[in-house]
Design a protein. Sequence first.
Length: 259
Amino acid sequence: MLSTSVTGRATAPDLAGRRALVTGGASGIGRACARRLADAGARVVIVDVHDEAARAVADEIGGVAVAADLSDMAVVDGLDCDVDIVVNNAGFQHVAPLGDFPPETFAKIMRVMVEAPFRLVRRAMPGMSERGWGRVVNVSSVHGLRASPYKAAYVTAKHALEGLSKVIALEGAASGITSNCVNPAYVRTPLVEDQIAHQAAAHDLPPEEVVGQVMLARAAIKQLIEPEDVAEMVAYLCTPQAAMITGASFTIDGGWTAY
Ligand code: NAD
């Protein structure tokens, strides 16, 4: 499994023989993670509510697609969790002031982005422990570390995921299981493209100005992040050299949180 050069430095993660489950792998960051982990040799299971898109990615990378709505806990508990790597990535956004925020949407975001990761990992951990190796990577967000107005559920869910990730790290430590968060700011994906359209209408601005003036206002580097950049960090966390990295959170935010 180890992939090291003669000097002992990391080359690329060698995940041959490993099984990875990537939630939300049909699109955006999850798709980039699925591709990257498959490139590294892992057999990737993509779990996504979008059946057709999930199958297209699975076909491309020689993986498996499982159509599942992660807001339904009976469905979540029926998923095969006998995997070595779990990437908790599925998620969605809803933007509204607190008073208008639909409680049922708040609850759904918590189910998909907090409860499903908890239920998947608690069932994956016994197998990982038996094999003495496991990697849990939680796709959190800069909103796991900072708040923004009008994103009550998303910010709450991502902060909760940060806590869950640290508990997994502590409980998994003795069994070779690490758990970490990656924390991107705005990444060029459909989730963000939807927000650009929404904000353009709300602020009466052209879309390119929304990106510059609204979304990247707090970033030092005024650029959207690419999904592949996030996937690279996820893959790094699966290398042997990352065995001591656990309970941590890694910003990929163009300097947003440096302020
Ligand atoms: P995306 O919309 O491109 O992909 C999200 C995927 O999750 C989709 O394939 C969707 O079908 C799936 N999904 C949503 N609800 C689901 C459900 N109930 N059951 C199963 N699958 C479901 O979005 P993305 O930007 O790639 O987001 C992926 C993750 O990255 C999310 O957790 C998001 O919060 C996080 N993130 C995104 C950004 C960003 O700027 N795009 C920044 C930070 C963190």
